[in-house]
Design a protein around this ligand. Structure first.
Ligand SMILES: *Cc1c(COP(=O)(O)O)cnc(C)c1O
Length: 344
């Protein structure tokens, strides 16, 4: 049978009200890509769950199909979200699909170009605010309490329902849960969803390694970060809305939440690209965390089956690559010049 999207495939596992009207772009069903070189290097069986291959280029589409489907069914006409970029693009796409108006609040000047372009292309009304993601989230919560506008941030419980499907897919592909699941943690909706999904699906439980950027690591520091800073803009969050649940997931799974510096995140991005998987910086945090922990010697990767969640596509944030890149050589258009350059 042809694929009809996540709600169709996993409806019985998703806590969605009867009024839900399925709005789908055939999200999900993303590949679990084996990484043979990294596996050999770490002595483990390593896979990338490549969430950048969702319709708008990030895992946000899993939760958004659920949130928009529910909002439409309840008669919402306008949706709003705060976003570091990917939620905006996803909300805009699913709202467009459903014929809803979408408004997105982003922190001024801090959104990667591929994400902003997506939100605009799908027809969202984009508003920049002079403040952080956390300020934007506070504002959208207030407006959705005072008006009929529907909130589609991951505080919305249906986002979490939809995002559980990634855990189901991993269990379906591997036959059971992996030993470890490594993923970036920003607002902490995704780690919350995976943990809920694995518990519900009853195919075993992974230990969960949640990874924050060192400049935006409230869950590691134990207090909010007023001015979060990191190249990994998708996890540039100082007050995670589901921080408690992220800590619960780490504790209950006998896992942990750690922080890694930006250099290690960018190094991990490069390692993934060298094996053919280009992800945006935040999406490399899971691997950066795994490599950092393996290097301490305390963490035993050997013989384990490990899934790295790569949350968004590299094309979302091209500037991070092109800014540090030396312009390609220019040569005359003749064979002699070409062979000279290649042989040198
Ligand atoms: C949203 C996002 C994250 C963080 O997910 P949370 O649910 O906020 O923890 C990580 N990576 C990418 C690419 C994202 O878009």
């Amino acid at each position: 049978m042809t694929y009809q999207g996540l709600i169709h495939r996993y409806r019985q596992y998703l806590g969605l009200p009867a009024h839900t009207q399925n709005i789908s772009l055939l999200e999900g069903d993303t590949p679990l890509i084996p990484m043979p070189r990294l596996s050999r290097q770490l002595g483990c069986e390593l896979f990338v769950k490549f969430e950048g291959l969702n319709p708008t280029g990030s895992f946000k589409d899993r939760g958004m199909t659920a949130a928009i489907s529910e909002a439409v069914g309840r008669g919402a006409e306008t949706v709003i979200c705060a976003s570091t970029g990917n939620t905006a693009a996803s909300a805009a796409a699913y709202a467009a699909r459903a014929g809803l108006r979408s408004i997105v609040l982003i922190p001024e000047g801090k959104v990667a170009v591929g994400k902003l372009a997506g939100a605009i292309a799908y027809g969202a009304e984009v508003i920049q605010i002079r403040g952080s993601f956390d300020d934007a989230l506070t504002l959208v919560v207030e407006i959705t309490q005072k008006t009929p506008i529907a909130l589609v941030n991951s505080i919305n419980p249906f986002r979490i329902e939809g995002q559980k499907t990634a855990a189901f897919e991993i269990c379906d592909d591997l036959g059971s849960a992996p030993d470890w699941l490594c993923l970036p943690v920003g607002n902490a909706g995704n780690i919350t969803s995976y943990w809920a999904g694995f518990k519900q699906y009853q195919k075993g439980l992974p230990q969960v390694l949640g990874v924050q950027a060192a400049g935006a690591a409230p869950l590691v520091l134990g207090h909010p970060v007023e001015k979060p800073e990191t190249v990994a803009t998708a996890i540039r969050i100082g007050k995670p809305a589901r921080g408690e649940q992220a800590l619960d997931a780490a504790r209950e799974s006998n896992g942990m939440i750690i922080a890694v510096p930006d250099e290690k995140i960018l190094a991990a991005q490069k390692i993934l690209a060298e094996e053919g998987v280009w992800v945006e910086p935040a999406s490399a945090a899971g691997l950066a965390g795994l490599l950092a922990e393996s290097a301490t010697g305390k963490f035993e990767a050997k013989g384990k089956r490990i899934v790295i969640v790569c949350t968004g596509h590299g094309m979302k944030d091209p500037a991070i690559i092109t800014e540090s890149f030396i312009s390609p050589k220019v040569i005359p258009a003749n064979y002699g010049s070409l062979i000279e350059v290649i042989a040198s």
